[in-house]
Design a protein around this ligand. Structure first.
Ligand code: GUN
Ligand code: ZN
Length: 432
């Protein structure tokens, strides 16, 4: 088995720059190296020393490109790949007008396989090595996604999206079938290769109390699994939840009542939270996911990264494709920066890079395994060209330090900035 040595500028983290001074958490080497063997990172350190100590290693020299952990997208909808950037609607109308008709097509396994492959290839082209996806109600669409990910040896998290009300006839399951199908898919995929199953009620408005309770029961039978859903995205949605669950103390309570609040819970959006909700999320050790391009595109609001991280809640970062308007985690970091500015808080590029790698991995309870440039992590690696367009190159050429050089790529970069991606220690060559 070949040992590889990747040379270039390297950046990783050994702390959380949202809760500690960012300078104390960064490990940067302008002449670094990453030693890879057996699908894992064996060592990160000075490039010349690693080269001298490992003369057998096959060397790839990336010059002054930046070697980072691959990006981890902590919340997206692969079935919405084809309808990304659909115009003019806010959440509930957007779901009914664009999303549900598209999702109804995923009962066709050939169509699901085609879109799943496309979504994963687009992710890889943008430097994203892990996707966390909602699927549709169709078990065959879940199979299609996990099969496509296995074919690319990608670590992914996904689940059958359950809905038994407030959705079109052809997109509704039942409390019992949601439980049965989710249980069977979990048994089939969870822990198979690099796959992880997440129990996936879409959101409270599209599940009856019976369905929420059934999925809560399934989670209590499989507590090591993640449970992913949506929480407090738009004011009109929150008002609807109050109507549908008149006895609930707040939106989070509609999950909590049915056993769907826990340490392995992953709550997308989480923008308009009440004090009790924040306290409960922190108390149980749940994670929230910031979806900034979606939050601006669908008109949802300004997520409070620093407030929630400060409350000791784990925060991940995500595209939320296709409510999100980009497949790129670089663009997603840029949107997180812009939302921070609108809240009066300039997130440092180190904080943005951390969110897209370590933060998302931690939200997924995979810290140290993915999204980490350090020994024992999977060798899922992204190499960034910090001068990928003439506009970026003329700006980064006058950079004062590495962060001043990275920031233009965060703000203006796209798939052209992705020089190379490695998956589990293998150089990725495009399949699409
Ligand atoms: N809430 C419920 N379903 C969805 C979805 O597909 N996208 C977004 N952004 N929010 C949701
Ligand atoms: Zn979503």
């Amino acid at each position: 088995m070949t040992t590889h040595l990747l040379l270039g500028q390297t950046v990783g983290f050994d702390g959380n720059p949202l809760t500690e001074p960012w300078q104390d958490t960064v490990q940067f080497d302008s002449a670094g190296g990453v030693l890879v063997h057996g699908g894992k990172i064996v060592a990160v350190g000075n490039g010349a020393k690693l080269r001298a100590d490992n003369p057998q290693a096959a060397v790839t020299d990336y010059g002054d490109a930046l070697i980072t952990a691959g990006f981890v997208d902590a919340h997206m909808h692969y079935p919405q790949t084809g309808m990304i950037a659909s115009w003019g609607k806010q959440l509930i109308d957007w779901l009914n007008t664009y999303t549900f008709p598209e999702e109804a097509r995923f009962g066709d396994p050939a169509y699901a396989a085609d879109v799943a492959g496309r979504a994963l290839d687009l992710a890889l082209a943008h430097g994203t090595t892990t996707l966390t996806s909602f699927c549709t109600i169709h078990p065959q669409g879940v199979d299609a996604f996990f099969e496509a990910a296995a074919g690319r040896n990608m670590a992914v998290v996904a689940g059958k999206t359950c809905m038994d009300r407030n959705a079109p006839d052809d997109l509704r399951d039942t409390a019992q079938s949601a439980y049965d199908d989710s249980k069977a898919l979990l048994a089939k995929w969870h822990g198979k290769g690099r796959a992880q199953y997440a129990i996936t009620p879409r959101f409270s408005p599209t599940s009856t109390p019976d369905q929420l309770a059934a999925l809560g029961a399934l989670w209590s039978e499989n507590p090591a699994c993640l449970m992913q859903t949506h929480l407090s995205e738009q004011p009109a949605e929150i008002a609807w939840v109050k109507e549908l669950f008149p006895r609930a103390r707040d939106y989070l309570d509609t999950y909590e009542t049915f056993g769907l609040l826990g340490a392995n819970g992953l709550y997308g959006h989480a923008i308009h939270l009440e004090a009790r909700e924040i306290a409960r999320l922190a108390e149980v050790g749940a994670a929230v996911v910031h979806c900034p391009t979606s939050n601006t595109f669908i008109g949802s609001g300004l997520f409070d990264v620093m407030g929630l991280a400060g409350a000791q809640i784990r925060v991940g970062l995500a595209t939320d494709t296709g409510g999100g308007s980009s497949f790129s985690m670089l663009r997603t970091m840029a949107a997180a920066y812009e939302i921070g500015q609108l809240r009066g808080m300039a997130l440092h590029p180190a904080q943005l890079m951390w969110l897209a790698t370590e933060g998302s991995a931690s939200a997924l309870r995979m810290q140290g395994q993915i999204g980490h440039l350090g020994a024992d992590a999977a060798a899922d690696i992204t190499v960034l060209d910090l001068a990928s367009t003439s506009a970026i190159a003329q700006r980064s050429s006058r950079a004062r330090d590495i962060w001043d050089a990275v920031f233009p790529t965060i703000m203006m970069g796209d798939d052209r900035a992705i020089k190379e991606v490695w998956i589990a220690g293998v150089r990725h060559s495009a399949t699409g």
